[in-house]
Design a protein around this ligand. Structure first.
Ligand SMILES: NC(=O)c1ccc[n+]([C@@H]2O[C@H](COP(=O)([O-])OP(=O)(O)OC[C@H]3O[C@@H](n4cnc5c(N)ncnc54)[C@H](O)[C@@H]3O)[C@@H](O)[C@H]2O)c1
Length: 337
């Protein structure tokens, strides 16, 4: 039963001041729900939710999910976790705690409230995959002791917890494995390939490509991903996941760089550097399950999504932001140490 008279549902979004969370909240509010955004603002920012402060169905609570939370809601989306290597490696112990303690706390809350809970898992649970593209049945190839393990293993442990609560307590869970997503409100200093290229182009700096740029990546636009979250959350209980969500269209890193240069109108040159060892040549989701069960496919083309992303970065003048300037490009780095 809904916990408010007026809203359709009262929904908790952890990590709601972050990139994906803030877009999800916009959609939930558009649908008429009441939203409680919980975030400790580690990588998220009030800027992402400032347009909602006067919204009558929006509430913000500064809180760290590593600590228990007692609220009354009808549904939970658990997104709280730093998502890019520069951020999650900043304090790896806290990253694992956020994934694991955060999952325990949110699952405990969902159990008490008997409510449905969504987990933002990641393609990184596949590690350095030995099969391409990756289906949900693939168990992954993950290093448990490397610098990326705090994130990869933290998310894997969170998945374990979700499925144990599902089997042991009959909890209604939805576990999504998210692949590389981009769009407005991405952190300009997250060190990822899209934000790196856009920032370099906007500053007129050389665009750094490791290797010859023929390695491929796939990029999902944020509005497509959020649509999939909402559809997944509406599926029957017999679909706990995991479900891969991403865009299977592949582009070479060189194509991406050239498109960014064209769309920004920049005169940046492309700077080719040696390819690090173990750099994955291909990363692509198999989204057959999402297509079949969610009736979902990504719609936004890379050109259109990049236009919106570039417009956002220009509007917020990140190119002049001294903090964003401190970022070292971390592009196409190896998956394993
Ligand atoms: N963006 C992607 O391409 C991608 C890919 C795979 C998985 N994901 C997952 O989706 C989720 C959201 O990612 P994003 O790209 O929006 O990242 P983001 O860094 O923009 O958002 C994460 C949010 O969680 C908050 N947070 C971090 N630790 C917290 C804690 N202990 N307590 C409360 N809040 C905390 C941050 O302040 C931030 O607002 C993450 O769980 C991430 O692992 C994202």
């Amino acid at each position: 039963m809904a916990r408010t008279y007026f809203a359709q549902k009262r929904v908790l979004v952890t990590g709601g001041a972050g990139f994906l969370g803030s877009h999800l909240i916009d959609r939930l509010l558009d649908q008429g729900h009441e939203v409680l955004c919980v975030d400790n603002l580690f990588t998220g920012t009030k800027r992402n939710i400032e347009h909602l402060h006067a919204h009558p169905r929006f509430e913000f609570l500064r809180h760290d999910v590593c600590f228990p939370l007692f609220v009354e809601v009808d549904e939970i989306y658990n997104l709280a976790c730093p998502a890019s290597p520069v951020h999650y490696q900043h304090d790896p112990v806290q990253t694992t705690k956020t994934s694991v303690h955060g999952a325990i706390n949110m699952l405990g809350l969902a159990k008490r409230l008997k409510c449905r809970i969504f987990q933002a898992s990641t393609s990184e649970v596949y590690g350095d995959p030995a099969v391409h593209p990756q289906t949900e049945a693939y168990w992954g190839n993950v290093n448990p002791i490397g610098p990326r393990s705090c994130y990869d293993e933290g998310k894997r442990c969170a998945e374990t917890l979700f499925f144990d609560y599902y089997r042991q307590h009959g909890l209604d869970i939805k576990v999504a494995r998210i692949f590389n997503t981009y769009g407005p409100r991405m952190h300009p200093a997250d060190g990822r390939v899209v934000s790196n290229f856009v920032m370099q182009a906007l500053r007129g700096e050389p665009i750094t490509i490791y290797g010859d740029g023929s390695q491929t990546r796939s990029f999902c636009f944020v509005s497509d991903l959020v649509e999939a979250f909402l559809r997944f959350m509406e599926t029957p209980k017999d679909l706990p996941g995991p479900v891969n969500l991403g865009n299977p269209n592949e582009f070479t890193i060189r194509e991406l760089a050239e498109l960014v240069v064209e769309l920004t109108g920049s005169d940046s040159e492309i700077d080719y550097r040696p390819l690090p060892q173990d750099d994955p040549l291909q990363r692509r989701p198999d989204i057959s399950l999402a297509k079949e069960r969610l009736d979902w496919t990504p719609k936004v083309q890379l050109r259109e999504g990049l236009q919106q992303t570039i417009a956002y970065f220009k509007r917020h003048e990140f190119a002049e932001d001294p903090i964003a300037q401190q970022v070292q490009p971390i592009i196409a780095k190896p998956l394993l140490p």
